[in-house]
Design a protein around this ligand. Structure first.
Ligand code: HEM
Ligand SMILES: *[C@@H]1O[C@H](CO)[C@@H](O)[C@H](O)[C@H]1NC(C)=O
Ligand SMILES: *[C@@H]1O[C@H](CO)[C@@H](O)[C@H](O)[C@H]1NC(C)=O
Ligand SMILES: *[C@@H]1O[C@H](CO)[C@@H](O)[C@H](O)[C@H]1NC(C)=O
Ligand SMILES: CC(=O)N[C@H]1CO[C@H](CO)[C@@H](O)[C@@H]1O
Length: 327
């Protein structure tokens, strides 16, 4: 027993050491990119973010999701933050984004940074650092965030609609969409664990509860007793109410998500779909059985990969002055 424990700890340390070497220069980004140009940048991000999250823990979930949405569309270039103008409908206006909250937090962080070192820290890096800080502040793992991302100049509503996985996606679609941005099947299983925090709107599961195949039926992949509970909260046509994705601990980053999914209590079809593929199912059941033995480390690793998707570096893009507008 003792030997097993020592080996496990040793393994985790080795994996972490390997990860750090592996990722220090990933994708043209580097750790401590702002060390000379804006000393204390990460501290400013952390302190500003803490002011908001200590008042409202539920913001953490939305801020994590914001980084995910950003990276899936045109890479992590802060295109998710650009406001629509004139006839330009940007990602912010796309349906999946209507439920994002916390844009004001990003603006506050960016203002604090601009005060200290104007025009230096990109909004894309702000999103990456805020996502990490959010997870840490609600009890999740810490990871080193390589920085040096530049901000994009383009944001198109339709791209968000077509490139973000919808909550009714099956496992084939999910694997395709993750592969499309260079993420593995394991990354899919691991990053879905982000649903350990946060909420979903009743509208998102309404068909699952009341009209799964268009015949007034319920998704058979959902535990019937859980479906009954959800129906009490989410009456047909209710668009305002929200339900926790990881009931009991939706404000804390833990590994309970996998237990819920294993018990067929994942909120979305995309959560339930993790049971439809051998590799993702194995990940779900293993994390559930071992109380998330490797989840924290896996999540840290996959988040760094997520944060590397299609980044602009060097002379590409720009450093936006205000995150909602291109310069
Ligand atoms: C695998 C495909 C995914 C799908 C289909 C999906 C879909 C969704 C949907 C529909 C919502 C609910 C929005 C609402 O009704 O307010 C949601 C919330 C959320 N998602 Fe995902 N998601 C996916 C992956 C991810 C990933 C990779 C992350 C981050 C690592 C993530 C983090 C979150 C968080 C934290 C929330 C809660 C937001 C809040 O409380 O405001 N999701 N997701
Ligand atoms: C606005 O739309 C035009 C045409 O689609 C595009 O070239 C331009 O980059 C868009 N602006 C932004 C901010 O996305
Ligand atoms: C998954 O969904 C896609 C798109 O809706 C569909 O074309 C495909 O047949 C589905 N695959 C399975 C295995 O259900
Ligand atoms: C159920 O789905 C069918 C087919 O998509 C649709 O015609 C019908 O209006 C839906 N019923 C309700 C109550 O939403
Ligand atoms: C303009 C628009 O509809 N975009 C929305 C994206 O989501 C944020 C946060 O809920 C709203 O403030 C925006 O209005």
């Amino acid at each position: 027993m003792a030997i097993q424990k020592i080996l496990t700890v040793l393994f985790l340390y080795l994996a972490l050491a390997f990860l750090l070497v592996e990722l220090t220069n990933a994708g043209g980004l580097q750790l401590g990119f702002y060390q000379r140009t804006c000393p204390g940048a990460e501290l400013i991000v952390h302190q500003t973010l803490y002011r908001y999250i200590s008042r409202d823990r539920t913001l953490a979930a939305s801020l994590l999701r914001m980084h995910f949405h950003d990276c899936f569309i045109r890479g992590c270039d802060a295109s998710v933050l650009i406001s629509s103008t004139g006839n330009n409908q940007t990602e912010k206006d796309a349906i999946p984004n209507k439920t994002l909250r916390g844009f004001n937090v990003i603006d506050a962080v960016k203002s604090a940074l601009e005060k200290k070192c104007p025009g230096v820290v990109s909004c894309a890096d702000v999103l990456a650092l805020v996502a990490r800080g959010s997870v840490v502040m609600v009890g999740g793992p810490h990871w080193d965030v390589p920085t040096g991302r530049r901000d994009g100049r383009v944001s198109i509503a339709n791209e968000a609609l077509f490139n973000l996985p919808p909550p009714f996606a099956n496992i084939t679609v999910l694997k395709q969409q993750f592969a499309g941005v260079g993420l593995s099947v394991k990354d899919l299983a691991v990053l879905s664990g982000g649903h350990t925090i946060g909420i979903g709107h009743c509208t998102t599961i309404s068909d699952r509860l009341y009209n799964f195949t268009g015949k007034g039926d319920t998704d058979p992949a959902l535990d019937p007793r859980y479906a009954a509970q959800l129906k009490k909260k989410c009456k047909p046509g209710n668009s305002k109410t929200v339900v926790a994705m990881d009931p009991g601990s939706f404000k804390s980053f833990d590994e309970d998500y996998y237990t819920a999914v294993a018990k067929r209590r994942g909120l979305f079809q995309s959560d339930a779909a993790l049971l439809d593929d051998a590799e993702t199912r194995d990940y779900v059941t293993t994390q559930s059985r071992t109380h998330g033995l490797t989840f924290a480390l896996d999540f840290a690793e996959s988040m760094v990969k997520l944060g590397n998707i299609g980044v602009l570096t060097g002379e590409q893009g720009e450093i936006r002055k205000r995150c909602a507008f291109v310069n």
